[in-house]
Write a protein that binds this ligand. Structure first.
Ligand SMILES: [Zn+2]
Length: 264
């Protein structure tokens, strides 16, 4: 409890993210090194403007039931540094379930990080480009996704510059056992949870938004909606509060992912 009280809003963000930025090339180099050290393979699925987009893959270590295929992505918004940093930390901690095949995409918008913008270098919000896609990086990502098996769970790592704490979206159209509560329980040990009753225009409770999903009604799909429609019937989009200290946001995302991966 004392730890939590020390993690407070910084008051830096005004009309957008004004906190620390990261050297995304250095972060991704470190991620590739950690992945290689721990036996992951890496596939480059897109290259442009001196950046490469890569997907990391880790096979199951033991053949026990149940088995899972789990997808994690980060860094689709270039002004949300905690996502790629959390991906790096997870790779370095190397604490993955033995019965899960893992797919990890540590950064979907590297150019956005050099600009510190939500959008890519052409001003496209990639997280609204997964239906009638136009951006080359989205098209390359979807082409990669189409070559993959279905995932039992997808986790998308984000930040929100104006939120009062961590929150999450849990799309769960076929009503699998919810993971949201145990994620929030783990996260609140390291970062405050946003207890607002309305977040981003949606009803929320204890930091949890359970969106009603009807992909066909929405023209501008985010990545998570593409995944729900095509690849994975349960997911969680974790939102760290980017007006809080960066270390607390990274720890929150890592704690949330770690709790979600404790599948049985
Ligand atoms: Zn985001």
């Amino acid at each position: 409890m004392r730890e939590i009280l020390r993690v407070q809003k910084l008051g830096k963000n005004l009309n957008g993210y004004l906190g620390e930025t990261i050297d995304i090339r250095a972060v991704l180099r470190e991620a590739e090194v950690a992945a290689q050290q721990h036996g992951w393979t890496s596939e480059i699925f897109h290259e442009a403007d001196g950046f490469k987009w890569f997907a990391l893959h880790r096979k199951r270590k033991v053949r026990i039931q149940p088995e899972f295929k789990i997808y994690i992505s980060a860094g689709i918004h270039g002004d949300e540094p905690a996502g790629p940093l959390a991906a790096l930390k997870l790779l370095q901690e190397n604490n993955w379930p033995q019965n899960a095949e893992m797919f990890l995409l540590p950064c979907l918008n590297p150019a956005g990080f050099t600009l510190n913008t939500r959008a890519n270098a052409d001003g496209v919000d990639l997280n609204r480009d997964y239906r009638n896609s136009k951006a080359k990086e989205t098209l390359a990502h979807i082409a990669w996704l189409e070559r993959q098996p279905e995932f039992d769970l997808h986790l998308c790592l984000h930040e929100d510059w104006e939120s009062q704490g961590v929150y999450l979206y849990e799309p769960n159209p076929v009503l699998k056992p919810s993971l949201a509560e145990k994620i929030i329980e783990a996260v609140k040990e390291v970062c405050p949870v946003d207890l607002s009753e309305n977040i981003e225009g949606r009803p929320a409770r204890n930091g949890i938004i359970r969106p009603v999903i009807n992909p066909q009604e929405r023209p501008d799909w985010p990545e998570a909606l593409y995944l729900i429609a095509n690849k994975s019937r349960q997911g969680c989009t974790l939102e760290a509060p980017s007006d809080f200290p960066l270390a607390a946001r990274v720890n929150a995302l890592v704690a949330g992912v770690t709790a979600a991966l404790d599948l049985r």
